[in-house]
Ligand binder design. Sequence first.
Ligand code: WT7
Length: 639
Amino acid sequence: MSKLKLINSLENYQSAYQHSIKNPESFWDEIAQSFTWQKPYSQVLRWNFETPSIEWFYDGELNITENCLDRHLASKGDQIAFVFEPNDPKSEGKSYTYKALHQAVQNMAQVLLNQGVQKGDRVCIYMGMVPELAIALLACARIGAIHSVIFGGFSAQAISDRLIDASAEFIITQDGAFRGNKTIPLKPVIDEALLQCPFVKKVMVLGHANNPISMHKDRDAWLESELLAVGNAEVKPVSMQAEDPLFILYTSGSTGKPKGVVHTCGGYMVWAQYTFEQVFQYQDNELHFCTADIGWITGHSYIVYGPLLAGAKSLLFEGIPTYPEADRFWEIVDKHQVDILYTAPTAIRSLMGFGSEPFKHKSLKSLKKLGTVGEPINEEAWQWYKTQVGQNHCPIVDTWWQTETGGVLISNLAGITPERAAWATLPLPGIQPVLVNEQGQIQTEVNPETGYVHGNLCIQFPWPGMIRTTYGDHERCKNNYFATYPGLYFTGDGAYRDASGNYRITGRVDDVLNVSGHRIGTAEVENAINSHLGVVESAVVGYPHEIKGQGIYAFVICNDTLHSKVNIAQDINATITQAIGPIAKADKIQIVSGLPKTRSGKIMRRILRKIAEGELQNLGDTTTLLDPNVVDAILKDRL
Ligand code: WT7
């Protein structure tokens, strides 16, 4: 039995929630029992948030791909697992049954073995949204290699930083990826990244876009010929300890370089399936369309692992919502009869801009449930999603979570617990959120005037899918998430809670931006800008952006070597693109002669944030500034 028991009413949710709080071990034991374990666990949970050390099912052994694939073969071997919709609607799509996917994963796993990949090795995956990407993840997991997917939009420098951090010796990539009317080179970017990474032993290349690439003798191999050479391979799912790492995924924080969030085999597996089924109330045969890229956690958990664990049908889309026209999502929904659509507020807002034209001759009647993820959704976008896309008959789940949480933590359950525009609503069973003030005191009283309490969102008890460490630097994990408020996991988000326990997430309270649902650290962007030879210093803040949610505003001090300032903005953005990738480009770049600093030399971002947001009336206390005049100068040239 692989299907979990779905929560089917608000009362049922409440009793499940109470059970999960009062007796977490028996609650999770019951759920974990439905998975296939190669060796049963003797204990459900051991933990402390000080070190931190979190172990779920620690002496159990399993392989997640056995749970994603093998255990479904008898009952669902001929059922569709993946539906692939290519970038070009005219080119042929394909689909994989569970049986076919099982074989494809074994073949890829055999290739990895032939190339010398061993259990515990890190394999970096840099690909577009093609079925082979999902197959590559599963092939790694099958043989116990740790996958680390890098989103196809990251630059060579960003890739080499990650390869070095993970000391990854193997890479799976493709020649190029199709995105809208562009072909994005991938292998050439890897070649550039590898100039900094001589330790990389093998690069496996999928031929897909036919763009010109060069192959390095001994190091590079075409996947197709390798795959053909293995025939119908049989690769058994290796036995993994529940707490062995399954994957690393890099994400931005408020300081320094991106950190490698580590998820482990047992807990992540349980969390991915549980949250997928409960949040979307997944029913047999429904087609789930998550529009995220597998380069982000959303794709890991809700295109690949969650749906496959549940024996579901998952749609994998290579392209973008506006190619060839702005009706592409609706076209896909009708063509494949999509039941569940899961997308980001930024996509909703951008599609809203096209009006009702793209909906002409579209039915959308197949849609049953809608979801959003990645950033707070504004009420207007929520209403449009509800009426225009869901035609008023689809519940919307607003799912709040993070790369670090592995899966959804706070969300309504589709059609089961109440939805509320702009509110993520209730915590899932097992999740114990608390709101704290700056001093770390837990806030319990709702303000009688507003009906809310506000604070920094923390979680006070572990859940199976949570981060275990940051790769290669456990101290960093501790300092980032567990040190701010001792005894609590700190999310970095602020939130409101009402008297009924519903949460509304207001966004990051640290120096992390959320641009089009992409998480970007201000420090990272500043470091990139500062690497430009004409730049002395910079400060980056976010400001409200109609479509992206947040835009990037950079205040930059240039030096005299700069003869012309005409193209400086373009030039700085080229530097950012090179250091990180185009997703981190600044929307506004203001050249300034000074930055507001305290006497101790700290940049007062609070003031810059207000200037960028256009909140000019009340800039707050500027008396502690070293030179209050810089503020006037900045205001004069504000963009
Ligand atoms: C940050 C995490 C969740 C997977 C994709 C992003 C913001 C995420 C919501 C939501 C309001 C949200 C938070 C969070 N966020 N979902 N439903 N409502 N904010 O993962 O890149 O790790 O980013 O995204 O600020 O901390 P991520």
